[in-house]
Design a protein around this ligand. Structure first.
Ligand code: ATP
Ligand code: MG
Length: 418
């Protein structure tokens, strides 16, 4: 038997019900917050991720799926969504007068990680990006958007962690201070962190191994190394969040695992126990230099990405994932009745009624069972005798009441009573 590759999963049964609900809610929210859908390729040139996510990030050094196609092109399965969106924004010249562009994506991502609770190799991220505005109201909107969406999906115990990385100069200043502080402790850090110390010391704060060590507990506060302008900006974001009634917690050690962030970075965590070890459901921040890094015009941006599997996992705790019933089940026995069944099913479906009928040659008795299994509210029982008189029998599957109505009135009747 051929089985699924490690770190992948099939969306079936209750997961499929949850996923459909989440996707509907995402589309609904994005419409109201005025985000347009964008879909970019699942694979891109390898260079794209090296230049955006960063050459010495975990994602690029350890987690990407790289391959060559039959013409020796170097390609990578996307490990995240922002790089592709930004590439598309530049390539399609979306900049210009109609700024900001508010975009959202929802698709599979690929990272070669050790699979675990809420962690897969093929997983799904939904994300929003606002390109072309440097207003901190955008920072607050992106955070509140995620927060309210998750609340509406049923999350109760949400926690926003927020920090500011300041601008480039602020970060250079902080890196010096951080390296000074870490220098005497270098031998006590993990092997990866020793490399990070040289290449990208900020990343040490995000290390999964050293995160809770005493050394990292007392690192200098990044907020103390920022310019007045950066501090003012950050305070304004916090002020807007307060107006929007979003509880937050400033975490000066929050840096995020990708290279392209500056100023605001944040994570939204859920305290649902079922998420143990995978509590961060969404994360993002501002990336004002990324568009320019990729050869586009200077364009300040802000966005976040969220892990759909983690939402699905948590939903077990608060969502009724039983399959919804259909409105009608149509029953028939002979060919004449069957033709009526398939045409009536089409007409009813076109009128917004959910309908099904048997396609496996079941007896009438088993068709009743099938209707129950599908939780049909109404049964439409066709028989030739009635049909010849222009009549159709409808049975309420709950009260078991039956009536015969005129064939010409059937659609209206069901649309109003179904
Ligand atoms: P973590 O610290 O958990 O590894 P990350 O910093 O790598 O997360 P991001 O790259 O910021 O995560 O991705 C945003 C969100 O996507 C995460 O908060 C999480 O919900 C989800 N996510 C990331 N990697 C995975 C994965 N391998 N499987 C499932 N979901 C994931
Ligand atoms: Mg990760």
């Amino acid at each position: 038997m051929i089985t699924k590759p490690k770190g992948t999963y099939d969306v079936i049964d209750t997961d499929a019900i949850k996923l459909r609900k989440i996707n509907r809610m995402i589309d609904y929210y994005c419409e109201f917050y005025n985000y347009d859908l964008i879909r970019t390729p699942i694979f891109e040139s390898r260079e794209l991720f090296h230049r955006t996510v960063g050459d010495d990030t975990d994602i690029v050094t350890k987690e990407t799926y790289d391959f060559k196609d039959r013409s020796d092109r170097e390609l990578t399965l996307r490990p995240e969504g922002t790089a592709g969106v930004v590439r598309s924004f530049i390539e399609n010249k979306m900049y210009g007068s109609n700024m900001p562009r508010k975009l959202y994506y929802n698709g599979t991502m690929y990272r070669y990680e050790r699979p675990g609770n809420g962690r897969n190799r093929e997983f799904t991220q939904f994300g929003v990006e606002i390109l072309g505005s440097n207003d901190v109201a955008v920072d607050a909107e992106v955070i509140s958007f995620g927060y309210r969406l998750f609340e509406d999906l049923g999350f109760k115990d949400l926690n926003v962690k927020i920090n500011s990385l300041g601008n480039k100069i602020d970060r250079e200043n902080y890196k010096i201070a951080l390296k000074d502080y870490l220098k005497p402790h270098l031998n006590d850090l993990c092997e990866d962190c020793k490399i990070r110390y040289e290449k990208n010391p900020l990343r040490i704060l995000d290390c999964k191994v050293d995160k809770n060590s005493d050394i990292l507990k007392n690192v200098p506060n990044i907020l103390d190394y920022q310019s007045e302008e950066s501090k003012k900006r950050f305070n304004k974001v916090l002020e807007y969040l307060e107006y929007l009634d979003i509880d937050y917690e400033v975490d000066h050690k929050l840096v995020r695992g990708l290279d392209y962030y500056d100023y605001t970075v944040f994570e939204i965590e859920s305290n649902e126990e079922i998420l143990a070890g995978a509590n961060t459901i969404a994360a993002g921040g501002r990336y004002n230099d990324l568009v320019e890094t990729l050869g586009g015009p200077s364009t300040p941006c802000m966005g976040f990405a969220c892990g759909i599997e983690r939402i699905m996992l948590a939903m077990d705790e608060f969502e009724n994932t039983l399959k919804q019933g259909i409105n009608c089940y149509i029953m028939y026995v002979n060919e004449e009745e069957k033709i009526k069944a398939i045409t009536l099913a089409q007409d009813l479906r076109q009128s917004g009624v959910s309908v099904d009928y048997d396609t496996t040659g079941r007896s009438l008795k088993s068709q009743f069972k099938e209707a129950d299994r599908n939780k049909a509210e109404l049964l439409i029982i066709l028989n030739s005798e009635d049909l010849n008189k222009g009549l159709i029998t409808i049975k309420d599957n709950l009260t078991k009441e039956e009536i015969k109505i005129d064939e010409s009135e059937i659609i209206d009747y069901i649309v109003t009573n179904g």
